[in-house]
Ligand binder design. Structure first.
Ligand code: INI
Length: 154
């Protein structure tokens, strides 16, 4: 029988950082609430969560990189909202942030969760930040806990 490794959703003694853009803060604030809610409802102490705000999604990777280099976080959760209808350089912002986030994870060997919403419209952004399609911040928090626990086993 093959052995399967999977991370649990229990808090353990992990510390988490959330890096959140202020751009589109109406939606991003809901993602931050969702992420904190996702962490604390799975047993993470509020004192084990640090929230760092940056101007926009393009600044998320550099802040995540500094946080990763500290070595005190088990995972970093990145939150931002990019809306195509509101920007001509949508792809540049969304792809730049996503590839920077992935690079930090691989360079520092810790989970850096991409909780960015790349939406076509304001309505889509709203649907994913705490209304009918859930809260991507909450989902990102669960992915962070699971990956923090998984990487301890590998
Ligand atoms: N930043 C976002 O997080 N979302 C956006 O939709 C967005 N738009 O539309 O441009 C955005 N731009 C700002 C960017 O992230 C940087 O803060 C800015 O370019 C300064 O480096």
């Amino acid at each position: 029988m093959a052995r399967t490794l999977a991370g649990s959703l229990t808090a353990g003694d992990h510390r988490f950082a959330i890096v959140a853009a202020r751009f589109n803060e109406l939606f991003v604030d809901r993602l931050v609430q969702g992420a904190v809610n996702g962490l604390t409802r799975h047993g993470v102490d509020a004192d084990a969560i640090d929230v760092v705000r940056v101007p926009g999604s393009l600044e998320i990777p550099i802040a995540a990189q500094r946080l990763a280099a500290k070595g005190s976080y088990s995972a970093i959760i990145c939150l931002g909202v990019v809306i195509r209808g509101a920007t001509v350089h949508f792809e540049h912002v969304a792809d730049g942030a996503a590839s920077g986030i992935a690079q930090v994870a691989l360079t520092h060997d810790i989970p850096v969760i991409n909780g960015l919403i790349a939406a076509e419209t304001l309505e889509q952004a709203m649907e994913r930040s705490g209304t009918k399609l859930g809260n991507k911040g909450f989902d990102a928090a669960l992915a962070a806990i699971e990956m923090a626990n998984l990487l301890e086993q590998i």
